[in-house]
Design a protein around this ligand. Structure first.
Ligand code: ATP
Length: 233
C-alpha cells in the first residue's frame, strides 16, 4: 500500500534520512520507535510532503507521491496528525474539525463526519462551540485526531500522540487507534512509548541515526534486544 524505497531527506543541506525503505500493508499498524533525533518525525513529514524528498521513491496505492505537496498527499488518502497537535487555538472546536475537510471531495460529507467524530469523542461534542485554546492536552489530541478523520483518510500518520498526556488519556487514545484499525484504516505511528506501540502494532521498526535498524512483527519483539538496539549497544 505505502511503499518507501531508499528515501533520503532532511532540512536544506542537512540530510537526516539515510536510504529508508519500508513497506506497509493495508489495514495494519506499523510503529516506528527510536531515540530522540532518530529521524522519525522527519520521515513522517517527508511522506506527508511537508519536507522535500531529496532521493528515493514513495508510492501509495501504486501512485508515485514522492515530493508531492501535503495537499496532494492528503488527496491521495494520507493524513498526518502532527507532533504537538497543531490545532487552531483561536478557532472553535467545530471550526477546527471543519478545517480538516478542506478537500473538495470532503465538503459534501462535513455534517455526517462531524456527527461521527462527536460520537467517537463525546467530550469534544460538549465543547463544540468553545475555542480550541481552552481544551486540555487530551482533548486537544482528540481534536487533532478528529480533524484528520474529516478527510476520511485511508492511511493515518500519527506523530507522538502520547506526549505530555496522563496515562488514562493515553489509554483512551490508543483504544481509539485500535478502533480505527478495526474500521480498516492503515496506521503509521511514531511513539516514544515502546510498550504502548508494541501492544497496538502489527509490525515495529526501530529507527536510529536516520536509518531503519530492523523491522519485526510486534509479537516477535524481545524487549531486551529492542532496548539494546535503541541505545546502540
Ligand atoms: P524526537 O522524538 O526528538 O522528535 P525524531 O526521531 O522524531 O525525534 P526528528 O525530529 O525527525 O527526530 O529529528 C531528526 C534530526 O533532525 C535531529 O537531529 C534534529 O535536530 C534535526 N532537525 C529537526 N528539525 C530540524 C530543522 N527544522 N532544521 C534542522 N534540523 C532539524
Amino acid at each position: 500500500m505505502l511503499n518507501i524505497e531508499k528515501v533520503r531527506g532532511g532540512y536544506g543541506a542537512i540530510n537526516i534520512l539515510w536510504d529508508v525503505s519500508l513497506q506497509i500493508q493495508p489495514g495494519t499498524v506499523t510503529a516506528i520507535v527510536g531515540p530522540n533525533g532518530a529521524g522519525k518525525t522527519t520521515l513522517l513529514k517527508t511522506i506527508a510532503g511537508l519536507l522535500p524528498l531529496t532521493q528515493g521513491q514513495i508510492s501509495y496505492r501504486n501512485v508515485d507521491i514522492g515530493g508531492l505537496s501535503p495537499w496532494h498527499t492528503n488527496r491521495s488518502g494520507l493524513a498526518l496528525i502532527p507532533e504537538g497537535r497543531m490545532i487552531f487555538r483561536d478557532m472553535t472546536v467545530d471550526d477546527n474539525l471543519i478545517m480538516g475537510a478542506f478537500q473538495k471531495a470532503s465538503r459534501p460529507h462535513v455534517k455526517s463526519r462531524l456527527q461521527e467524530i462527536y460520537a467517537m469523542f463525546p467530550r469534544l461534542a460538549e465543547r463544540q462551540a468553545q475555542l480550541a485554546g481552552v481544551l486540555s492536552g487530551g482533548e486537544a489530541q482528540m481534536l487533532a485526531v478528529g480533524r484528520c478523520l474529516m478527510s476520511d483518510p485511508s492511511m493515518i500518520l500519527i506523530d507522538e500522540p502520547s506526549l505530555g498526556l496522563a496515562p488514562v488519556v493515553v489509554n483512551e487514545l490508543f483504544a481509539c487507534f485500535a478502533r480505527l484499525r478495526e474500521s480498516g484504516k492503515t496506521i503509521l505511528l511514531v511513539e516514544q512509548n515502546t510498550q504502548l506501540s508494541i501492544a497496538l502494532a502489527d509490525r515495529v521498526c526501530l529507527m536510529r541515526s536516520g536509518k531503519i535498524m530492523f523491522t519485526k512483527m510486534a509479537d516477535e519483539i524481545d524487549m531486551e534486544e529492542l532496548h539494546r538496539a535503541y541505545f546502540g549497544h
